[in-house]
Design a protein around this ligand. Structure first.
Ligand SMILES: Cc1ncc(C[n+]2csc(CCOP(=O)(O)OP(=O)(O)O)c2C)c(N)n1
Length: 676
């Protein structure tokens, strides 16, 4: 069945039984691909029927759809001409794990971050109305994403505006972990309500079709029902803020889904359809562990076991150290915006349930909440992925930094993250945090330094940002760990020809690069900058004055990171004749691919940096120095060679002479004997 589906038109030719069969095939296909490439499995298995129904009822050649987060669009991609291409999912130049407008005419809005869909869809619907056009606009949003402030702001606007659009609330009771919050309490009451059935709709439709009196009757019945239900059924929340609420509907029943979607098309006001789905549907292992299979690396389908053994990573090191610190300091509290496992807080949540707060996908609120707790004597620790910190930027500035509050902001997944691509690469955090007054910004070179920095941050009593990458240490851990002192860099290797300034993950690379340069007779000094802010101006200046050649390496954007900080330092201190080369990601959004591939593409791997330094930084004098040394050695060698040859010659001559002399003496002796 699946082989014949090349566009939504092909789907529309199928009958319901064929569609059900297709749903099964799609699940198998997604399972096979994700088990090889990794990706968001459970959410996609949960929306197979919903996506089929949407493409069956709507025509996305003219209608528009925005997928919230966008991690659940594999089925949509399969149905819209990307079936075969999906085999390249999340690989370099392959199909992205999220909707991309440049990938297909059926992708209308790029997503990756949560809770944006309702705003975008409302924007499209308003533009449609202003342009005098007529088509449907939909947003598909999960119950997890609905906890985000932006989604709630948009709901508030849509309901009031009365704009014709449809929100599909895909309720699987899960964010990544089980969903939380008051809205979830409301939804759980709605879930237990009698399911929507086709007969309700058919009845409603038939009455409304009775000429003249039909529509008023439906309206009157609705008013009466509403006033009675207001007392007992909480669906009124949505209706009261301006939506027609339809549902709940079984999200795995194709017929029910198609009829409720068809009905929604006839309603001219905002509609919210409450769809109940099961995360991981059809793959038992994922159904039982929806959080583990929310996003996964390659795994074995039979057992569900990961193909790569998961080693220790920065998030785990962070979480374990935080537990240790929290045992000693009862003021430490941890806040997560729905990323308990991802950020390493599971142990903390178990050991200190009263000091742990999962507040939903609400980064802004997480940081505002932290500020409030800090005011009243707590030490809040808030680990958020780098790219999601973008959400809470004003809270960092206005709520935390401005009041100089001791909030510890841990920036997980900082730098390049790989396969999740543009929306998830954490390349911007150093740049945007560096602008903010009062922040201390640190990045550890290895696990132990993260532990040390965390302990340092707890004692600092100021707002601190600690950024660390996805995964584990780059190379084997460092032996040397100087004590963390505020604003102090660490000199890891002294040298006189060139200085390598680096921070965080790339420190290990700096050391390797220095070793290679040494083989080329370039003596590099390596400085672990540690504090992007405040910079250790004295140490850095001293090294620059010594070598006059500076290289900066960082896992972030070229704008306003370490490279910029060093350039500013050189200019501000009127340091002349200094050559600088900054290695960082360019000023663009970085596509998906493996971390290794992306580093190579952007010239940030060890090999490329060494080559580039050799090409651009090794100037005439160093070359001459190298050439000079070579020449000297060559001269020495030929001198030695000549010397040995000369010695040999002399010895041979001597030998020859002694031989001759012996012969002469013999003759002489003989003559003498004769004479005697
Ligand atoms: C701003 C932001 N914060 C966090 C995330 C990480 N994240 C991706 S999906 C997800 C859960 C989404 O839950 P839901 O909307 O219910 O969708 P489901 O996966 O359950 O289908 C989270 C927290 C994100 N993408 N964006």
């Amino acid at each position: 069945m699946l082989e014949n589906i090349n566009s939504p038109e092909d789907l529309k030719k199928l009958n319901i039984l064929e569609e059900q069969k297709l749903a099964e095939e799609i699940r198998k296909y997604i399972l096979e691909i994700v088990s090889k490439n990794g990706g968001h499995l459970a959410s996609n298995l949960g929306v197979v029927e919903l996506t089929l129904a949407l493409h069956n009822v709507f025509d996305f050649k003219k209608d528009k759809i925005v997928w919230d987060v966008g991690h659940q669009t594999y089925v949509h991609k399969i149905l819209t001409g990307r079936r075969e291409a999906l085999k390249t999912l999340r690989t370099l130049n392959g199909i992205a794990g999220f909707p991309k407008t440049n990938e297909s005419e059926y992708d209308f809005f790029n997503t990756g971050h949560s809770s944006t869909s309702i705003s975008a869809a409302l924007g499209m619907a308003r533009a449609r109305d202003l342009n005098g056009e007529n088509y449907s606009v939909l947003a598909v949003i999960g119950d997890g994403a609905m906890t985000g402030g932006m989604a709630l702001e948009a709901l508030n606007d849509v309901g009031y505006s009365k704009t014709k659009m449809t929100i599909i609330l895909n309720d699987n009771e899960m964010s990544i972990s089980p969903n939380i919050g008051g809205l979830n309490m409301l939804l759980s009451k709605l879930r237990t309500k009698k399911m929507y059935t086709r007969s309700n709709v058919i009845m409603k439709k038939r009455i409304s079709e009775i000429p003249v009196v039909g529509k008023p009757i439906v309206k009157m019945v609705q008013i009466i029902k509403r006033s009675i239900k207001q007392l007992i059924i909480p669906k009124m929340f949505f209706e009261d803020i301006g939506f027609t609420y339809l549902g709940p509907v079984d999200g795995h029943n194709l017929e029910e889904l198609q009829s409720i979607l068809t009905l929604s098309k006839q309603i001219d006001n905002p509609v919210l359809i409450h769809v109940l789905t099961k995360k991981g549907k059809g793959y038992e292992i994922a159904e039982k562990n929806p959080d583990k299979f929310h996003a996964t690396g390659p795994f074995d389908i039979e057992t569900g076991k990961s193909k790569k053994e998961k080693g220790k990573d920065y998030s785990k090191v962070f979480g374990d150290k935080l537990v240790e610190l929290a045992k000693e300091n009862e003021k430490i509290v941890a806040i997560t915006a729905s990323m308990k496992d991802g950020t390493g807080l599971t142990r903390f949540s178990e050991e200190f349930p009263d000091r742990f707060f999962d507040i939903g996908i609400a980064e802004q609120h997480a940081l505002g909440l932290a500020a409030g707790m800090a005011i009243d004597g707590m030490i809040p620790v808030v680990p958020i992925y780098s790219s999601f910190y973008q959400r809470g930027y004003d809270q960092v500035i206005h709520d935390i930094a401005l009041q100089n509050l001791p909030v510890i902001m841990c920036v997980d997944r900082a730098g390049i993250v790989g396969a999740d691509g543009e929306t998830h690469q954490g390349t911007l955090d150093m740049a945007f945090f560096r602008l903010v007054p009062n922040l201390t910004i640190l990045a550890p070179k290895d696990f132990q330094e993260l532990e040390d920095m965390l302990a340092f941050a707890v004692d600092l009593k100021k707002p601190v940002v600690i950024r660390y990458p996805r995964g584990g240490e780059d190379k084997k851990p460092f032996e040397k760990h100087e004590k963390i002192e505020e604003g102090k860099a660490e000199i890891l290797k002294e040298g006189k020809d060139i200085t390598i300034f680096t921070i965080g993950k790339t420190v290990a690379r700096g050391i390797e690069i220095a070793k290679r340069l040494q083989n080329m007779h370039i003596d590099a000094e390596v400085i672990n900058v540690r504090f992007l802010k405040p910079l250790d101006v004295e140490t850095l200046k001293k090294s620059i004055e010594k070598t006059k050649k500076v290289v900066t390496i960082e896992d972030g954007t070229i704008i306003n990171g370490l490279g910029t900080a060093i350039k500013e330092l050189i200019v501000d201190n009127h340091m002349e004749d200094v050559e600088v080369k900054a290695y960082a990601y360019p000023d663009k959004f970085i596509q998906h691919g493996s971390v290794d591939e992306l580093e190579k593409i952007y010239g940030l791997d060890e090999e490329s940096i060494v080559e580039d330094i050799q090409k651009h930084m090794v100037d005439k004098s160093t070359e001459e120095k190298i050439d000079g040394k070579k020449e000297l050695r060559e001269q020495q060698n030929s001198f030695m060679e000549e010397k040995t040859n000369e010695n040999k010659r002399e010895q041979e001559e001597k030998k020859e002479n002694t031989k001759k002399n012996k012969h002469k003496n013999k003759k002489h002796k003989k003559r003498n004997i004769r004479a005697i």
